[in-house]
Design a binder for this molecule. Sequence first.
Ligand code: ZN
Length: 440
Amino acid sequence: MPSEAKKRRRAQEPIPPKPYVKPELPASHEAQGAFSFEVGTRLEGHHGRTGVIHTPHGDIKTPAFIVVGTKATVKAVTPEQVAATGAQAMLSNAYHLYLQPGHELLDRAGGLSTFTNWQGPTYTDSGGFQVMSLGSGFKKVIDMNSVDTSGPDDAVAPGKERLANVDDDGVWFKSHLNGDKHRFTPEVSMQVQHGIGADVMFAFDELTTLHNSRGYQEEALERTRRWAERCILEHFRLTDEREGKDYQALFGVIQGAQYEDLRRQACRDLASMPFDGFGLGGALEKENLGTIVGWCAEELPEDKPRHLLGISEPDDVFWAIENGADTFDCVSPTRVARNSAFYTDHGRFNLAGRRYKEDFTPLMEGCECYTCTHYTRAYVHHLYKADELLSHTLISIHNIAFTVRLVDRAREAIENGTFFELKEKVLGDYYAKQGDPQGR
Ligand SMILES: [Zn+2]
């Protein structure tokens, strides 16, 4: 006779919620001293600032771009090559590493940094993103940037099967690798992330889309708040149990979509919990990105770092920094590189274009990255056209170096009091061809 739990597992049925009792959260944990944030220069009249995040695997000067290595690798680039671009930290995905090779293996290997030979701070996101991307937004066919709440809350992209189902206790996932069913809860997410061993972890949250109704956003936000409490309790329990390991910081994740009152409420709720920092998550309309980051910066404590999940376009970077984001991550620099797109001060171009066939200049004049100091557009164009893997490596190195350098320049400009001059110059040059797509 299969047990009740097994039957539910087979059916991916919601687990009936236990009655909610607000837990008593401790004010802090003594191990939290191993992680800290120092504010440096402030951007006058705005929430932007420079700072330093101290982690057991080294410091991060902020604002900083965190490179994404979803499956414990920045695609096509070695950790040493990533470090040579000036990147200070790497973010991997807890859900992917849980499925393959498994967080227990990473734990036995000595954690993410040792396993990958990445000599610096590491982050893992919680797996919460997959709640959305494998659920209502599966295959990202549902647009994340527009606000249309007319459809049903459980909409799935046309022709796709939903691979994640949310209930108040957690989420059922169906593995995209082999169809196996897996249960993620706040506790499981914490166990997985402790096993992976990154310096910064994120609380398990429910990411909604801009298409969800206001009612559903409220429901999801309350669920995320309760999950945050459970994450803290499990995180502190694991920190005690794993005494002697490096302290892993935990960031709460602010949701609330495009609604000011929900974002502010989420900030106040999570700011009252003993998190080490905060992630600003969820779907953001591009034109409101700076405003939303600003609401959060007003509500969140000054002395804790704020990470904006998933941006890297130059205009987004400047608006986010100005409004108080300290770090951000994005897959774009390496993802677009594999399609031959490269960044320059004058916009993004495509190396597959015929005009690069005999262009013996570097990807970007004046760029000091490994690719630009050794190779020409013509060579990389040839590699791409010949389906040679080295094109992915060389363009990725340049795109990471470009993005890291962009954020470094913004940091230096805050220190020198020239942030707004730099912003105007960089965005003016970058969008001159196509005009600022945000009309700002
Ligand atoms: Zn370069």
